[in-house]
Design a protein around this ligand. Structure first.
Ligand code: DX5
Ligand code: ZN
Length: 251
């Protein structure tokens, strides 16, 4: 159920930004009204792409006071998590698919919490969301991937979206409630579906860096359409008893 003050949050993924002018990128995103910055760490092993490490996360910490969400697409999160926590991110999320033992995954989640950040698991499109169930007591974030991890600019995979509603049933009941993050192909056209299926944080990347498109417009439209989708999902409709075929809003 939407609490009174709930609103969808927009996290900017800087994967496709101009790394030559990060200070300019951050200030542009702040002016565009984003809520968080999403940092995609890739090791070229868990995903076929390489990006950056903890030093760049620390650089972003110096550039902005916005919450930082670190998304680890690396094969050994347990080995490197402490380095990323030094940059004081708001959350650190790694992939449930990594081939580390479940006990080590649970240890890493607790280490993230001990390090003062929210602990998250990301679920790639082909992975059932039930894969996170054994870890629920240690989870503050479930990140539902709506693209194959590794690259920005891909198309939103709407078939993965219902996983958000399933995971939301679990994580929104936690105390304090956790967050559903949706990541990949989110923009003004897919935001309604993302909101409808229960996203709390919408990660938007390449849509914010389109030449000739205003980032502030994109943020506003993503937020508005996600809210519209969420309200629609929360509005119970009953079939019209008269049989006109028009559904009538429940009283
Ligand atoms: C993909 C990353 C996403 C991606 C989002 O592996 O995890 O965060 O950068 O960028 P867009 O919005 O372009 O899909
Ligand atoms: Zn990401």
């Amino acid at each position: 159920m939407i609490a009174g003050e709930w609103r969808p949050l927009v996290a900017a993924s800087i994967l496709t930004a101009d790394f030559g002018h990060l200070d300019r990128v951050v200030h542009k995103l702040e002016r565009a009204g984003i809520d968080r910055i999403h940092l995609d760490v890739m090791d070229g092993h868990f995903v076929p792409n390489l990006t950056f490490g903890p030093d760049l996360v620390a650089a972003f910490r110096r550039l902005t006071s916005l919450p930082l969400d670190v998304h680890l697409m690396i094969s050994e999160p347990s080995r490197y998590v402490a380095r990323f926590l030094e940059a004081k991110p708001a959350t650190v999320t790694f992939h449930v698919e990594v081939s580390e033992p479940d006990e080590l995954k649970a240890w890493t989640l607790e280490a993230i919490r001990r390090g003062g950040a929210g602990a998250g698991l990301a679920v790639s499109p082909a992975t059932p969301v039930t894969a996170v169930v054994p870890f629920l007591p240690s989870l503050d974030v479930v990140m539902v991937m709506t693209v194959e991890p590794g690259f920005g600019g891909q198309h939103f995979m709407v078939e993965a979206a219902p996983k958000m509603a399933v995971a939301g049933e679990w994580i929104h009941r936690a105390d304090p409630p956790g967050q559903i993050h949706v990541d990949g192909g989110v923009n003004r056209d897919s935001a309604r579906a993302a909101g409808r299926w229960g996203a709390d944080v919408l990660v938007v990347g390449s849509a914010l860096f389109q030449r000739g498109q205003d980032a502030a417009d994109e943020v506003r439209l993503v937020r508005e359409r996600a809210m519209a989708g969420r309200l629609l999902a929360e509005t119970p409709f009953e079939p019209d008893p008269v049989g006109s075929g028009r559904a009538a809003p429940a009283h």
